[in-house]
Design a protein around this ligand. Structure first.
Ligand code: AMZ
Length: 455
């Protein structure tokens, strides 16, 4: 295959331009072509649970829904810009800790009118690369036995069949067997014997439990188009680390991080998005989901970024000043709204941290939980950028007060600080992850070491 890192390649003679990508947003034409390719694949006997074409309205509604589900990423292949096939990468839900190391590949298909051009391989390689970059150890899939070409493709890309389901599907009153495949994504996987039974039976002894892993969110804070770090949120105390936000996003993805945490600092002060081009560069270059905060104060701004490929938005000032908007956004975009609670010694700050309110972080946390946010990012401002350690006490108190996940932020300066958070998270299991900025940029913590500590 002549594919390059962006999932594009010159087509076979006469095939035109061929490209595979994770769909960040789709145009009306894209939806049209996607439904056409899907209908054709269903008629041809595969790629979906559906065995009969569903009609355009049902399919389009379905795909619009898929684009909203945070655990699903839609991948498409295009021939001369037109979508001719798709597949979905499905991440396990957060409550499935036991299977958090594996992602699933579903609904893989290329329209019959675009086969034999290498598009299936292009699509599969793009998905494998993305799942690997997200840190998954395994990629699972199952397929009807009748899908001979797809099965040959999966085998050629290193998928190993581990089982067969004798009554997998019922198509035209005939029972069809199903084949189950897995592909190992990380050569250095800790889980080397994935086919072997567990060497030790689960005795119920807590000592035998694997500690829960925490997610590391590398921060990309944007000021005047550049990637910077501030100290205690002061704009005139900025260190510039890169003038190329897209390259910075790529670097953090390649380092193995599974999310990016992006803050539009000018936006937070101005009350509306400011570093728009820089954020677009980040989204275009990221192979992992992006969460974005700073300056999002109305529904249009929130919707625009979620449609532009940002997976979650962070709402800070409006959490204090306009909680109804947070509630409305949570209803419109379930799972995709996060509250940013930034506190100066317990009292919540807004407007780029230039204003401090009388509200306590825990009180706001409960209100945000009630509004329906997917998570809370808690920052102690006096520690942010200072490299002296997180405010573990306040973070644990908040995590033990609310029932939504809490992401710690502000002050990580060494791997010891991450290890300390990991220990606290055993007692405060609501702690889900940590934002790290300056310590990563300065090389005080290496990405590999940080990921190892939090795993
Ligand atoms: O560093 C700062 N001065 C700063 C900062 N990092 N000010 C705001 N923020 C971040 C918050 C949150 O992620 O941590 O901006 C977001 C909130 O923005 P807004 O515009 O919703 O208050």
């Amino acid at each position: 295959m002549n594919g390059d890192m962006n999932g594009t390649m010159a087509g076979a003679e006469g095939a035109g331009d061929l490209a595979a990508e994770r769909a960040q947003s789709l145009t009306e034409d894209d939806y049209h072509a996607l439904c056409e390719a899907t209908d054709a694949a269903i008629l041809d006997g595969g790629g979906f649970g559906w065995v009969k074409p569903q009609g355009r309205t049902v399919l389009e509604r379905y795909f619009r829904g898929v684009m909203l589900v945070p655990e699903r990423s839609l991948f498409v292949v295009r021939q001369n810009g037109t979508i001719v096939g798709s597949a979905q990468l499905v991440r396990p839900p957060r409550n499935n800790e036991a299977q958090a190391m594996g992602a699933g590949l579903m609904h893989f298909h290329v329209a019959p009118y675009a086969r034999r051009l290498g598009l299936g391989g292009l699509l599969l390689d793009e998905i494998v690369q993305c799942a690997r970059a997200m840190g998954y150890q395994f990629l699972n899939l199952d397929v009807r036995e009748s899908q001979v070409a797809a099965i040959a493709l999966f085998r050629s890309r290193g998928f190993e069949q581990w089982g067969t389901h004798p009554v997998y599907a019922l198509v035209d009153s005939r029972i069809c067997r199903g084949l189950y495949f897995v592909k190992r994504l990380q050569e250095q996987s800790r889980l080397t014997h994935y086919a072997a039974p567990s060497p030790r039976p689960d005795t119920g002894n807590p000592d035998s439990m694997t500690p829960r892993s925490l997610t590391l969110y590398p921060a990309i804070d944007l000021k005047d188009g550049a990637c910077v770090r501030l100290r205690r949120g002061e704009m005139d105390d900025a260190t510039v680390y890169s003038n190329d936000p897209g390259a910075q996003a790529r670097a953090w993805c390649e380092a193995g991080f599974r999310w990016l945490h992006v803050v539009d600092l000018n936006g937070a002060f101005a009350g509306r998005s400011a570093n728009t081009d820089a954020v677009r560069q980040i989204v275009a270059n990221a192979t992992v989901p992006v969460q974005l905060g700073g300056g999002l104060r109305d529904m249009d701004g929130i919707a625009a970024w979620l449609e532009a490929g940002v997976t979650r938005v962070i709402l800070g000032s409006v959490a204090v000043k306009n909680p109804d908007l947070v509630r409305e956004a949570c209803q419109a975009f379930p799972g995709r709204i996060v509250a940013g609670i930034d506190a100066r010694q317990g009292r919540v700050a807004t407007e780029g941290w230039a204003e401090v309110s009388d509200m306590q972080a825990t009180e706001l946390g409960l209100r945000m939980q009630d509004a329906g946010v997917a998570a809370i990012i808690f920052t102690e401002i006096t520690r942010d950028g200072m490299l002296e350690g997180l405010d573990l006490e306040q973070t644990a108190q908040l995590a033990n007060t609310v029932s939504v996940p809490v992401i710690a932020s502000g002050g990580v300066g060494s791997s010891g600080h991450l290890a300390a958070l990991k220990r606290v998270a055993e007692e405060a299991p609501g702690i889900e992850g940590v934002v790290v900025g300056r310590a990563l940029y300065d090389g005080r913590i290496s990405p590999a070491e940080a990921l190892r500590i939090l795993a």
